[in-house]
Ligand binder design. Structure first.
Ligand SMILES: [Zn+2]
Ligand SMILES: [Zn+2]
Ligand SMILES: [Zn+2]
Length: 289
């Protein structure tokens, strides 16, 4: 089975609306530098297709997925990690105003489900049969559809929960497992006091981990109150990881804010991270699990 990374940017995408600084002006001049919000496209062993997250850039994500082999469309299932904007703002595209889909299984937590029920523009999609919510039990593997040939496992991850709770997802195929963890508030809250990142990934039996790399460091967003948007910075995570050693999983960063120098190929920060043995996720990357 095959997983395609359909976007690597934070919720706002890159370039970000209203940013006239060099970071985004460069991407406006050279559209090939632009990036879509994080999302995964998964093709099961039976040919069924599944999405993780529903972003407003789904049209471009469909084109990208199509360029590596036509996906079955609409997907059989969509899974949502949490309610924040870039992870859910494309859900309406499945509805009558756009694709007029029906019977898409929507996997999410019960907390996210409560929000679907209480949000009129989403609850009407449930009433019309566009989406069929199915709540997962944390830490219990499930098949998104029968015979798809892989499982998803939702791992609770603390992250600003004004709207819903948040989960990372492990996609487990016959050969390998991939962790998708776009957002978290802090390693301490996710791991507890003593746990190490590598021990945690080892306990979860993960071979490939795509983890929150929203900010390189907090200097890049000095105009914002960082307590409103907590994330472990990439520099903090690299400090915890140290250099990659033989036998370590493949870890690469995703969910880049428009200010993050990891979006600039060839930057000193990209070089530093690569020299330590870790990765910078590429939009369009395909993983065989
Ligand atoms: Zn996000
Ligand atoms: Zn910018
Ligand atoms: Zn979020």
């Amino acid at each position: 089975m095959e997983v395609t990374l359909l976007g690597v940017a934070q919720d706002g995408g890159f370039p970000q609306v209203g940013c006239l600084k060099d970071c985004c002006e460069d991407a406006r001049r050279s559209p090939e530098l632009s990036k879509m919000p994080v999302s995964l496209g998964i093709r099961g062993l039976d040919g069924s297709c599944h999405m993780i997250e529903a972003s407003r850039r789904m049209a471009g994500q469909f084109d990208l997925w199509n360029s590596v082999g036509a996906p079955e469309w609409p997907p059989s299932s969509v899974s949502l990690t949490h309610a924040h904007l870039g992870h859910t703002d494309g859900l309406g595209l499945f509805g009558r105003e756009v694709m007029g889909s029906s019977g898409i299984i929507l996997h999410c937590s019960s907390s996210m489900g409560d929000l679907l029920d209480s949000t009129p523009s989403w609850s009407i999609m449930i009433e019309q049969g566009v989406i069929i919510p199915n709540y997962w039990a944390p830490m219990e593997p499930f098949e998104p559809t029968p015979d798809c040939g892989f499982t998803l496992t939702a791992i609770p991850v603390p992250h600003r929960s004004e709207l819903s709770d948040n989960h990372a997802l492990i996609i487990r195929g016959d050969k390998k497992s991939l962790l998708f963890m776009p957002d978290q508030d802090s390693w301490r809250e996710t791991l507890g006091e003593d746990l190490e990142i590598l021990d945690w990934l080892d306990a979860l039996e993960v071979d490939i981990a795509l983890i929150d790399g929203t900010f390189w460091n907090y200097d890049e967003i000095s105009s914002r109150d960082v307590s409103e948007i907590p994330h472990p910075t990439v520099t903090e995570t690299l400090g915890l990881l140290g250099n990659r050693k033989q036998g370590d999983p493949e870890i690469s960063f995703i969910h880049f804010n428009h200010t993050n120098p990891l979006l600039r190929e060839g930057s000193n920060e990209c070089r530093h991270l690569s020299e330590m043995g870790w990765g910078i996720s590429k939009q369009g990357a395909v993983y065989h699990l």
